[in-house]
Design a protein around this ligand. Structure first.
Ligand SMILES: Cc1cc2nc3c(=O)[nH]c(=O)nc-3n(C[C@H](O)[C@H](O)[C@H](O)COP(=O)(O)OP(=O)(O)OC[C@H]3O[C@@H](n4cnc5c(N)ncnc54)[C@H](O)[C@@H]3O)c2cc1C
Length: 270
């Protein structure tokens, strides 16, 4: 569906995480459905920019749209998103000035195949969710879905950021673990691994995800191993991480998921 059919949604809350990261919630239009892991296209209109306290670029004359993974679960009554601020980015240099009550536009067609439903073989056993930065978004939505906790024995969530302050949603990850631990008989065991690459943080890795796979340190720390017969692996975020991690995994005998069969599914954010 074209962005021209986008419908207005209202900003309900906004949380600043760092000067270049923030999250926000919006109303969820009646009848808007999506699967955990999918993304939408969000738009911002010039009149909204002019109404805000920011410094809109005078050249913007029509709505601008960008892809955004949904953070909230398919069962939440609101929608949540997690955004970077790219200082010169056409969209986020404006979106950063968002205020509660502002209007955004939602293309009501959900997109993308970074969903658990894409796996037919191997059968679910261990789910590896590997993200950089805002690439954690689709995985948060999956952790809000009962099926994820019911269908797997182990969920590994690896979250790589540059600086400790960028580790958003850590409390939320623990809350979801507790919540679904009570709701599900024999829930999956969550193994959460934080990586901070440009600072030293106690109990944290500080090397990139593909390096930790190549040198075996990630598996060693978890005492859990990538296995072509049992692993579903999703990569999301920085294209360099996605590329290098894919190669590291292929070298360990894992394969890209095509037409439902295979281990690795990916989403590049740029
Ligand atoms: C399927 C999909 C889902 C996405 N989901 C999200 C999301 O949930 N949250 C989000 O913040 N962005 C997400 N993005 C990226 C988003 O669509 C925009 O690129 C981003 O909002 C920046 O827009 P911009 O116009 O300001 O800059 P752009 O002109 O779009 O990008 C300029 C540059 O900024 C950098 N960049 C873009 N996005 C990011 C990012 N997320 N983190 C770090 N650097 C980045 C890249 O170097 C890029 O070349 C997603 C992209 C895709 C394709």
């Amino acid at each position: 569906m074209s962005d021209q059919n986008a419908i207005p949604i209202t900003v309900l809350s906004k949380t600043s995480i760092t000067p270049t990261l923030f999250s926000f919630t919006t109303t969820r239009p009646d009848g808007f459905r999506f699967e955990a892991g999918q993304f939408v296209r969000l738009g911002i209109a010039p009149e909204q920019l002019l109404a805000n306290a920011g410094k809109p670029k005078a050249s913007i004359s029509q709505k601008i749209f960008r892809a955004y993974s949904v953070v909230s679960s398919p069962y939440d009554e609101y929608l949540e998103f997690f955004s970077v601020v790219v200082p010169d980015g056409a969209f986020t240099s404006q979106l950063q000035y968002l205020q509660v009550g502002d209007t955004l536009y939602l293309n009501p067609e959900p997109f993308g195949f970074l969903t658990l439903a894409r796996y037919q073989e191997p059968m679910p056993s261990d789910l590896w969710l590997l993200a950089t930065g805002t690439g954690i978004a689709p995985f948060l939505s999956m952790l809000g879905d009962l099926n994820t906790w019911q269908n797997y024995q182990n969920i590994v969530l690896v979250y790589s950021v540059s600086k400790q302050a960028e580790l958003a949603y850590v409390d939320k990850i623990h809350e979801l673990t507790e919540q679904f631990g009570k709701l599900v008989d024999e829930p999956a065991k969550l193994h959460f691994v934080a990586i901070v690459t440009r600072e030293n943080m106690a109990d944290c890795f500080n090397a990139r995800i593909p390096i930790l796979i190549e040198n075996g340190k990630l598996e060693e720390r978890l005492d859990l191993f990538f296995n072509p017969a049992t692993s579903h692996i999703m990569l999301c975020g920085n294209p360099q991480m996605v590329h290098d991690t894919k190669e590291a995994l292929k070298n360990k005998g894992l394969s890209m998921n095509r037409r439902g069969v295979g281990n690795i599914a990916v989403e590049n954010y740029w």
